[in-house]
Write a new protein. Structure first.
Length: 298
């Protein structure tokens, strides 16, 4: 490790999720990590070490993603999160991965399934990915780790300020197509509508997007701030919400859109989709994770 300063765990603890228990920690630079073995546990696999014959741009790919059929889905961001993080947890040196890697893994397996690229032995991993993704999609993996470690109790206004820096740009950004036609195709199908266009979509599509896309981003905190930036005193919008997001914020938004679109594909109509979301909310992480944040927002 040379002269590299070892990161320290501020708090650590067990994280019960989707019928299993993962070990997680919040480090002194606010990185949320899952222990290396927990990544294997999440997908019901025994840890076999990180040695792998597959290597991409100098990064050794762990066994849980070291498959040629998954290689096209390993983006630059995922490769960064595949680098092991060593940290001091109460005097013990441990290793883990950025907790966001668990989100990435789910998306890799589910996208590969949608593309019909999975091998038969990977089908059960895609099912587990769907279970995991449903469990943390509403509040985000970072929030779940905060709850498991107790870190949400020590989050401050400054931490929330840093959260905004992570998501929100300093000024209005150039418009880029963010909600693709496939998303609205699923909305049209669920609502039983003929194909709609951007010039003539029902207002309730906007309400759907707010509820299932924007509100889950950090439990609505980002949406609250976007409202302040984007809504005039007359109640009119200055621009599209996503034009206020920086690169990281837009990436998070796109991931959320992908999650919701994948869920939409599973149901024949909007009522079944909504009922499934209600059931999932009941068995997922409770909103009390955000008591402290909600007090600040209120």
């Amino acid at each position: 490790m040379g002269n590299e300063i070892l990161k320290k765990a501020l708090l650590s603890g067990p994280l019960p999720i989707a019928g299993t228990e993962l070990q997680c920690a919040v480090l002194d630079d606010e990185t949320r990590v899952l222990s290396a073995s927990s990544i294997f546990t999440a997908f019901g696999r025994p840890r076999k070490g990180i040695n792998s014959r597959m290597e991409i741009t100098g990064v050794k790919i762990p066994p849980f993603l070291a498959s040629n059929n998954l290689r096209p889905y390993l983006t630059e961001d995922i490769l960064k999160r595949l680098k092991l993080i060593s940290y001091d947890d109460g005097g013990k040196i441990k290793s883990g991965y950025n907790a966001e890697l668990l989100v990435d893994m789910c998306e890799v397996y589910l996208q590969a399934r949608r593309d019909d690229k999975l091998m038969e032995s990977q089908f059960k991993l895609a099912v587990q990915a769907e279970i995991l993704q449903s469990a943390f999609a509403r509040v985000g993996i970072a929030a779940i780790v905060d709850e498991a470690t107790g870190y949400q109790k020590v989050r401050t206004n400054d931490a929330l300020r840093l959260l905004l820096v992570r998501y929100v740009a300093e000024g209005l950004q150039k418009w880029m197509k963010t909600f693709h036609d496939s998303f609205f195709h699923q909305l049209d199908r669920l609502y039983g509508n003929e194909k709609t266009t951007s010039r003539a979509r029902p207002m309730y599509y906007g309400k759907f997007i707010n509820k299932y896309i924007y509100d889950p981003l950090e439990n609505g905190y980002i949406k609250t701030e976007l409202d302040k930036l984007n809504i005039t005193d007359e109640g009119k919008r200055k621009a599209r919400f996503h034009q206020w997001l920086n690169v990281d914020g837009r990436d998070s938004l796109i991931r959320q859109i992908s999650r919701v679109e994948a869920r939409m594909e599973l149901f024949p109509d909007i009522e079944e989709f909504k009922q499934a979301e209600i059931r999932q909310k009941a068995i997922s992480v409770a909103p009390y994770l955000f008591d402290e944040m909600n007090k600040i927002i209120d």
